[in-house]
Design a protein around this ligand. Structure first.
Ligand SMILES: *[C@@H]1O[C@H](CO)[C@@H](O)[C@H](O)[C@H]1NC(C)=O
Length: 403
């Protein structure tokens, strides 16, 4: 009897060590941590009940604790207004485990002028595993599409600002009012297994936007929106994008750069194993046609598959919406050391490769290697303005780069 009890206790202890908060699907690392379930602080999974205060209460406890902490969101629809999850925390290991869905208020005006719906600021070591974020943006999109007067500009669904050591894993974001996920001023961020989905005609609903950040990776994700699948802003370095499916949307874009006259550059970006389906662009670098200290260099676009993409490879340095404030249309942004390697597939327009660079700072060290793009079953065309570089291995359309 005593031996049986001992074994029984041993099994319970082992279970606790292996599954400290019971096994709840999403693959969060196993740590012994304090768990704060939002329902214990008053959250209700009814969709129209405002659970904001409960999430703030759970966050305040997790942030103030010195032990690793887990904030748990069970299944159900939890409605939240705009929230700032603010650091600095005592804790550098806070995990959100979300089995349920977070929904924005159905009236888009409630969060529409806040800039962000859910934003983390000045945090270190925050991980989000699982969950669906529904920004309920469709009402705002139609307001914007029908003229835009009186519509708020809209909120980003999930933001991390001035934060380090962040993981966003297995999260689904749908129907954001504006950008879905924004990484701004961060170091060491891993975004993986994320799904982003918004209507192909929804305005400014970029999937993932990265700026002023170092060491961000975006892996194994599927993004379809009405704007860029991934956009990369000034001040980004050491960005790695791998195994992403993009479409519908405007493709993967470095830029717009050079909007400001004093601007940090973008460097060391790798985009590998990406698939574009029916998108407006494939891999793009885009800058305003106006003076700037900005630059883009050490960029590698590799192993891309294009299916019916309007502009599979494009550098556009003449961006100037409404033709306003672009004196002379000359971009100050210097683009150099950009490699396109193993880019295959079909273009939806005749010109599949377009380098339209600055006359003041021609693009330099552009390399095309093993490129094969067709239009209606025939070789597509390339167009170059102020673009220097080389082509090697098989390149079709034939390169128009100058040495
Ligand atoms: C470029 O970025 C990658 C991560 O994407 C990093 O591993 C590598 O060290 C960086 N290279 C340089 C020269 O900083």
């Amino acid at each position: 009897m005593e031996r049986i009890t001992t074994i029984f206790v041993a099994v319970i202890v082992m279970n606790f060590l292996l599954f400290p908060c019971s096994s709840r699907g999403a693959a969060a690392p196993l740590t012994l941590s304090n768990t704060y379930s939002v329902v214990e602080y008053g959250a209700k999974p009814y969709g129209n009940f405002d659970s904001t205060q409960a999430f703030v209460a759970a966050w305040t406890l997790a942030c103030g604790s010195i032990k690793p902490a887990t904030i748990y969101v069970p299944p159900g629809r939890f409605m939240l207004r705009n929230v700032v999850f603010r650091g600095h925390c005592k804790n550098s290991a806070i995990t959100f485990r979300i089995d349920g869905m977070l929904v924005a208020p159905s009236d888009y005006n409630v969060i529409g002028s806040a800039g962000n719906w859910l934003i983390f600021e000045h945090v270190n070591g925050v991980s989000i595993y699982g969950g669906i974020l529904d920004g309920q943006g469709a009402g705002l999109w139609s307001c914007k599409r029908s003229g835009g007067r009186g519509c708020p500009s809209g909120a980003t669904s999930l933001g991390f600002s001035n934060s380090d050591n962040i993981v966003i894993s297995g999260v689904t974001s749908v129907n954001s009012q504006m950008f879905h996920i924004v990484i701004n001023g961060c170091n060491n961020v891993k975004v993986q297994g994320v799904r982003v989905s918004a209507a192909g005609n929804s305005p400014n609903t970029d999937g993932i936007h990265v700026q002023s950040s170092k060491g961000v990776s975006i892996l194994n994700s599927r993004i379809g929106t009405g704007d860029d699948c991934i956009s990369v802003g000034p001040g980004t370095a050491n960005l790695w994008i791998e195994n992403v499916a993009c479409g519908p949307g405007h493709g993967i874009s470095i830029g717009s750069l050079g909007k400001e006259s004093e601007e940090a550059g973008v460097q060391n970006v790798t985009v590998t194993r990406v698939r574009f389906s029916g998108t407006e662009n494939g891999v793009r670098i885009k800058s305003w046609g106006r003076p700037s200290t900005g630059f883009a260099r050490h960029i590698l676009f590799q192993h891309a598959l294009m299916t019916n993409v309007q502009n599979p490879i494009v550098i556009d340095q003449h961006y100037c919406p409404d033709q306003n404030n672009c004196p002379g249309q000359v971009s100050g942004v210097k683009i150099s050391d950009v490699t396109y390697q193993d880019i295959q597939g079909t273009s939806a327009t005749q010109v599949a490769v377009k380098f339209d660079c600055s006359s003041q700072y021609p693009c330099s060290d552009i390399r095309l290697e093993d490129v094969r793009l067709t239009f209606k079953g025939k070789p597509a065309q390339a167009s170059c303005t102020n673009a220097d570089g080389t082509a090697s291995a098989f390149v079709q359309p034939q390169s128009c780069l100058t040495l």
